[in-house]
Design a protein around this ligand. Structure first.
Ligand code: SF4
Ligand code: SF4
Length: 163
């Protein structure tokens, strides 16, 4: 997996400009069936990608913790939300709650999530490649291709499909 992540970094650099241009065009001329295309590409990629062999998202970036996330996770820990915030979270420059430390405190040694059933919504939805109106999250996707090998592959598959 380490090799795969190193080669991801190289591939991302090589394709940075092409990806940026691709998303500019995608926003200007969005296929009517893009939601259906993304759902299929996402499904196909995650049949092949094993997140438990990777966990690069959990190791390198923090999800945003919404108020609802904080309430749900604190409740599962049977602690007050204030205690949860003070122990695990910081406010970032956008005033969103994010993890104090990276890799994620809740990531287990075998790459499973210790709070899987109550994990933040952002983790449930990551890497957002089956999201409706995918063209609207191009800035986020351009960041995610550098973190998530599956996202890189999905973007490449989309480029090939729309050629
Ligand atoms: S909460 Fe779980 S899924 Fe989310 S970043 Fe941490 S380990 Fe990963
Ligand atoms: S970075 Fe992508 S492939 Fe790796 S664990 Fe996260 S979602 Fe799965």
């Amino acid at each position: 997996m380490q090799d795969q992540l190193q080669s991801l970094s190289k591939k991302v650099k090589e394709n940075q400009k092409a990806h940026r241009n691709f998303f500019i065009k995608l926003r200007k001329k969005t296929p009517k069936n893009l939601d259906a295309i993304m759902e299929k590409l996402h499904e196909e990629e995650f049949k092949k990608s094993d997140c438990l062999q990777c966990a690069n998202c959990c190791k390198t970036t923090s999800p945003i913790f919404t108020k609802k996330d904080i309430e749900r996770i604190s409740k599962s820990f049977r602690i007050k939300t204030r205690q949860f915030i003070d122990t695990y979270l910081n406010l970032d420059e956008d005033q969103d709650y994010v993890l104090k430390s990276s890799p994620c405190t809740f990531l287990a040694d075998d790459n499973t999530c210790n709070i899987y059933d109550v994990r933040p919504k952002a983790c449930q939805e990551y890497p957002h490649t089956n999201r409706k109106s995918f063209e609207k999250i191009s800035d986020l996707t351009l960041k995610n291709v550098a973190i998530c090998p599956a996202t890189f592959n999905i973007v490449e598959a989309l480029r090939a499909k729309l050629k």
